[in-house]
Structures are given as C-alpha cells and as structure tokens.
Ligand binder design. Structure first.
Ligand SMILES: Cc1cc2nc3c(=O)[nH]c(=O)nc-3n(C[C@H](O)[C@H](O)[C@H](O)COP(=O)(O)OP(=O)(O)OC[C@H]3O[C@@H](n4cnc5c(N)ncnc54)[C@H](O)[C@@H]3O)c2cc1C
Length: 373
C-alpha cells in the first residue's frame, strides 16, 4: 500500500516567487531555524524555499543569516548557517576553478554507460511514485526539495550509469533556482567526481524522508545490492530533451553614460538604485549552453520589472562594442568575469577565505571561526 499524504508533495507554485521585495524580507523573518534543523531532510520539512531569490541576488546568504540571527541564537541557527555556507563554498570553488567545474573535478565518474538523460527521468516514469511526483513538480513548477534532487541525481548517475553533465543541464533548465555552481557541483558530489563516495538511496530511505510506504519496487533492495546494481530496462532508454531557447528582451543597443548593468544573478531592486540607467543583460553564449525554461524567464522578467531594468541580450563581444562609450557597473559573479566595466563586490556570509581550502570541512572551519559559531 502506498500512503501519499497531500503535504508530501514538495513544490511551490511560481506565484510564490512572483512577489514583492518586502515579501522576501517577511519570509526571512519567519524562518524557524530550530524546525529547519529537525526537519530539513524531509520533503514536507520546514525548509525556507528561498533559493530562487538567493540565486538571482534578490536576497543573499548574508542577508538571510543576518535576518535569522536578529531573532535566534547562533546555536539555533547553526544548521541553516551550515547550509548557507555550502552555497558559498560552491561559489568559492567556481571562483577558484573557473570553467573546470563544468567537467569531472576530482575522480572520473565510474561505470558511465551513456551521456544521455534516461527517458524515465524526463517523462517522470521511474516507477518510484514519489520520485515521479517530484519530477512532475519540477517540470511544472520549477521547484524541488534538496533530498529529491539527491535521489533523482543518484538514480540518474549511479543506478542508470549516466554521466552527470547532461542531466545537470536538464535539471538546471527546469529549476527556478538553477545556479551553475550549486547545481553542477551537487551533481558531481552525488556522482562521486567531487566527493569520496557516490551517493545512493534505496526505497526505505525514500519512504522515510517522503513519508510514503511504497514497497516491492526495483529500488526496494539493501544498500549492498546497490553497489553493483544492474539497472532495470526502463532506466536504459535515453532521450535528448528539447530546450526552448526563446529569450525575453531586445538585442543590446549602443549605451552611453553610467549604466548599472545587472546580470540575471543581480535582480535586487535596491541594488545601485541611485543609478538611473538600469539594464539586465543576458549573455546569449551562456544561455545557449545553459538554457532556461519559460517559467524561469517569467520569474526573471517579473524581478527585472521591479528593478525598472529593461532586458537586453547579446554576446559579451556585442556588449563590449555597445558599451565602448559608457561607464558600466556590474556585480562580481564568475559568469560575468569577461564583462566590461567595474565589478562591485557582492555580499557574502563569510566575505573572504583567509586560507586556501580543498574541502567543505576545511572551508567551514574558517567560516565557523569568523562567525564565532
Ligand atoms: C543534484 C542537486 C542539484 C542542485 N541544484 C541547485 C541549484 O541549481 N541551485 C541551488 O540554489 N541549489 C541547488 N542545490 C542545492 C539545494 O538542493 C538547494 O539549494 C535547496 O534545495 C534550495 O531550497 P531551499 O531554499 O528551501 O533550501 P534551504 O534548505 O531552506 O536552505 C537555505 C539556503 O541554503 C542554501 N543551501 C541549502 N542546502 C544546500 C545545499 N545542499 N547545497 C548548496 N546550498 C544549499 C541555499 O542557498 C538555500 O536557499 C542542488 C542540490 C542537488 C543535490
């Protein structure tokens, strides 16, 4: 028997994100870090659902941490700060390694049978009911709980032998919070190319954290059987997903004077608000490599409008030509390294790593020291 309570579904509709800046501030003030600590691994747990705002710079890790610490002790907020630090660690790794993060970083992925996405994932037909529900929610709403991301990546990479790159691109396309560092490096973490061990989950684990009780599935086996797993036939059918490449906005035109040039990762209406000329620039080379879904563009258009920033697009070379007579201000971001103009620093929870780090635990030691956790 399968028990599927209605709150098991782990998704927020897009309306939750087409809101005003003060709604984001209120949601930060409402975070209960103790409930978060106890329940974050459960699909119905008290997670913040803030990541689309953080990915797009509408808020940031520093502001979330500050908002929580205004009302709660560092001890109660420890787990949330720890997770925020993961996000920063992924971005620091991107800053350090540049485009190398888009290939196997450490180990080469083992047992790869295919580069193509399993059809069962693309069509939400894995036969694991809660996974299929989460996949449908991802494609419909663009949101997905962390544990569901881990399960989907584990099935894709480690049980059906798929190289992580294409599936990561596919998930990034659908996510409202798709972040090149967090997404790429999390897929690599699951696939064992950025960690010591591949991550796998069986039916018991999925049932426990999704509050379901599906049994007798192809995943209803012990962990030792997952070691040298032979995938069921339906996981071996492959597909090349279709990506809609339509972009909002108009081609970049010649710019003059001082322009606050936002990337899609800086859509905070209060950023550079004293600069009258505001634009959002879409780098078409990047979006061809990493396309975004129409829902994601809808979210970006909503926030660009709140910033009073029309959207323009082109290659970085087009931008350089168009801005030859302008003074460009943009915010530092690894995807904007080649943009012309003055990069402004962005807010961090832990502003600058004092020492080199080669793992999250080394990095987090520094964060703990600097935040006196
Ligand atoms: C395969 C895979 C792909 C992922 N892709 C993305 C992605 O494209 N964009 C993205 O923002 N996150 C990604 N994550 C990390 C994580 O799943 C999301 O940040 C989290 O689920 C967002 O939901 P939330 O805001 O409710 O998080 P909460 O649990 O409420 O956490 C608050 C914030 O802390 C940070 N955070 C929490 N958990 C993690 C984590 N495991 N890794 C990094 N940061 C974390 C996020 O900024 C998040 O918004 C991915 C994880 C996996 C396993």
């Amino acid at each position: 028997m399968v028990v599927m309570p209605s709150d098991t579904r782990s998704a927020k509709p897009i309306d939750h994100y087409l809101c005003e800046p003060q709604d984001v501030t209120e949601r930060i003030a409402q975070i209960d870090p103790v409930a978060y600590d106890k329940s974050r691994n459960y699909l119905a747990g008290s997670v913040t659902w803030l990541s689309p705002f953080i990915t797009h710079g509408i808020t940031n890790t520093q502001e979330v941490a500050r908002g929580v610490l205004q009302q709660h002790s560092k001890g109660s907020a420890y787990r949330l700060l720890y997770e925020l630090a993961w996000r920063e660690y992924f971005h620091r790794t991107w800053q350090q390694l540049n485009n190398a993060i888009f290939h196997d970083i450490g180990n080469t992925q083992e047992n790869v049978q295919s580069d193509q996405l399993p059809l069962a994932i693309a069509e939400a037909e894995t036969q694991i009911i809660i996974i299929d529900q989460c996949l449908k929610d991802l494609m419909l709403h663009g949101t997905l709980h962390n544990h569901a991301r881990m399960w989907i990546a584990a099935i894709t990479c480690n049980l059906s032998g798929t190289h992580w790159q294409e599936p990561a691109r596919w998930m990034h396309y659908h996510l409202l919070d798709g972040d090149l560092a967090s997404n790429t490096l999390s897929w690599q973490w699951v696939a064992g190319t950025f960690s010591h061990k591949r991550y796998v989950a069986n039916q018991d684990n999925i049932n426990k954290y999704s509050n379901t009780s599906q049994a007798n599935t192809w995943l209803d086996v012990g962990y030792e059987q997952l070691e040298n797993f032979i995938a069921p036939a339906h996981l071996n059918k492959r597909t090349s997903p279709h990506y809609d490449l339509t972009l909002p906005g108009t081609p970049i035109h010649s710019l003059k004077g001082c322009v606050a040039l936002r990337s899609i990762w800086q859509l905070n209406p209060y950023w550079q608000q004293n600069t009258p000329q505001q634009l959002v620039f879409i780098d078409t080379t990047l979006t061809q490599q990493w396309p975004l879904s129409p829902k994601r563009w809808q979210f970006i258009q909503h926030w660009a409008k709140l910033c009073n920033a029309p959207i323009v697009h082109g290659t970085v070379d087009d931008l350089k030509k168009a801005s030859a007579n302008a003074q460009i201000i943009h915010e530092e971001h690894p995807a904007c390294n080649h943009w012309p103009g003055l990069p402004q620093p962005r807010p961090w929870l832990y502003p600058f790593p004092a020492k080199p780090f080669s793992s999250f635990s080394q990095y987090f030691k520094q964060v703990k020291k600097s935040l006196q956790l």
